[in-house]
Ligand binder design. Structure first.
Ligand SMILES: Cc1cc2nc3c(=O)[nH]c(=O)nc-3n(C[C@H](O)[C@H](O)[C@H](O)COP(=O)(O)OP(=O)(O)OC[C@H]3O[C@@H](n4cnc5c(N)ncnc54)[C@H](O)[C@@H]3O)c2cc1C
Length: 258
């Protein structure tokens, strides 16, 4: 049976049509969903297409940068966003995919069968970003790490918020496997503001993770207390465990003023 297609014309309409998310499949840039649809692996009952919802764009609002969920990853590469987010956007997929792929789709992406996704999560956690979403119980705004570690299934992401002065210094380090595209083996993002360190890792498991043990001790080895790497087609869990402390060390050494 063909799905019912819903095309909201505003953010409010999108939230209303989404309701509690029951039976709804949200389509953003479709870089993950379209191949799933074409292969018949998903059969949506109701498809919520966000392209006309007005949820795209980056704006500065007082001391906060607001990034609409439908903002393409390509717009983050040279956009008015912190360097740390920009550098991770540069590494997502390739030029063509980045034009369609969205920031909302990136943080809501389920892990792939062969590789991990959601590379932007590490930068967003390190920057102390917040997610504004709608769904059961209405709108709420929460830290990205809470959003990622909670039940995301009934949430429609509307916007990401980042404080303008989120980082005085930041550092990034990562390893990718070169193929037709280059997929993350592990990504580390670190930001420092007023002496407070925020450390996050992506690409080693289903979602990006905040590394509170490393934040407390500043010992790169403690990253293995915070994350539980997985095996996939890109790398083994053991290899990820071996390189993670080295990548954290490298990112700490690279902490530079933004
Ligand atoms: C060739 C190729 C290479 C890739 N390389 C990378 C890479 O290097 N790093 C990486 O992180 N990803 C990569 N990806 C995966 C993907 O392109 C990105 O993660 C992208 O940002 C997903 O965004 P999208 O808008 O296309 O998501 P979609 O395909 O539209 O949706 C993805 C998921 O998120 C949900 N969703 C989307 N928007 C919202 C919203 N606003 N609220 C709630 N749920 C929502 C959808 O329902 C779906 O479950 C790659 C994909 C391809 C095809």
């Amino acid at each position: 049976m063909a799905p019912q297609v819903l095309i909201p014309q505003s953010a409010d309409e999108a939230a209303t049509l989404y309701g509690d998310g029951e039976g709804i499949t949200v389509f953003a840039g479709g870089t993950i969903l379209m191949p799933e649809l074409a292969s018949g692996r998903i059969r949506p009952e109701r498809a919520l297409l966000l392209h006309a919802s007005g949820l795209s764009g980056i704006r500065s609002d007082g001391g906060v940068i607001r990034i609409g969920a439908m903002t393409p990853v390509a717009a983050l590469v040279d956009g008015p966003v912190p360097w740390l987010l920009s550098i991770y956007a540069t590494h997502v997929a390739d030029y063509e995919v980045r034009q369609s792929a969205t920031i909302g789709g990136n943080i809501c992406a389920p892990p792939g069968r062969e590789s991990q996704r959601g590379d932007l999560g590490a930068a967003l956690i390190a920057l102390g970003a917040r997610v504004r979403s709608a769904g059961k119980g209405g709108e709420r705004t929460e830290a990205v790490e809470d959003f990622l570690s909670g039940d995301r299934s009934g949430r429609l992401v509307l916007e990401i918020e980042i404080d303008v002065d989120a980082a005085r210094k930041s550092g990034a380090s990562g390893k990718r496997r070169k193929h037709a595209h280059s997929y993350a083996i592990a990504n580390v993002a670190i930001a420092e503001r007023d002496g407070e360190l925020r450390v996050a890792v992506a690409g080693v498991g289903p979602t990006a993770v905040r590394c509170r043990s490393v934040e407390a001790s500043r010992d790169p080895q403690d990253v293995l207390e915070d994350v539980d790497p997985v095996d996939d087609a890109v790398a083994t869990a053991e290899y990820r465990r071996q390189i993670l402390p080295l990548l954290v060390r490298e990112a700490l050494d690279r902490l530079e003023t933004e």
